[in-house]
Design a protein around this ligand. Structure first.
Ligand SMILES: [Zn+2]
Length: 155
């Protein structure tokens, strides 16, 4: 089997063990503008641990733990590698954030956050970790782990 070889980055963040096909959603969650950022994206590559996975390397940007934790919404087993001087300086697992603001859509059509005239930014508060569940701060509607991916707003 051929190993996937991707250029090493000097400084930046590598997100590994992402479920296959989630890299574009993660770019959206992290608000990454591909016209302004150097990215190496591997989609649906072989993984000994997961069968298939995505990898996202963001060059020149060190994600904070808070930023990286948002990734847990679609990739609960993601690992984050912070790279400095071509080597991994820090490595951690993501944890689902307590509060999620902005990029999730509320599934309740009558929610104030879906008001076309004056939409309010969504705010979801974590209710439970197992299973992962969030509650809309405005209308109390809850969203579950298996539903979250579909609720990510397109950019
Ligand atoms: Zn709502």
């Amino acid at each position: 089997m051929m190993a996937l070889k991707v250029k090493r980055i000097e400084m930046g963040t590598v997100l590994d063990h992402l479920p296959p096909g989630t890299a574009p959603k993660i770019m959206r969650i992290l608000d990454i503008d591909p016209t302004e950022t150097t990215l190496l994206v591997a989609i649906n590559v072989e993984s000994s641990k997961m069968g298939r996975k995505d990898i996202l390397k963001i060059e020149g940007k060190i994600l904070s733990e808070e930023e990286a934790n948002k990734v847990a919404l679609v990739a609960p087993n993601a690992t984050v590698n912070i790279v400095r001087d071509y080597s991994v300086a820090e490595k951690f697992q993501v944890k689902p954030p307590e509060r999620v603001e902005g990029f999730l859509r509320c599934p309740n059509p009558n929610c104030i956050t879906n008001d076309e005239r004056e939409p309010v930014n969504t705010v979801f508060i974590r209710e439970s970790r197992e299973p992962l569940e969030y509650r809309c701060r405005y209308c109390e509607r809850t969203v579950r782990e298996d539903h979250i991916r579909e609720l990510i707003r397109p950019s």
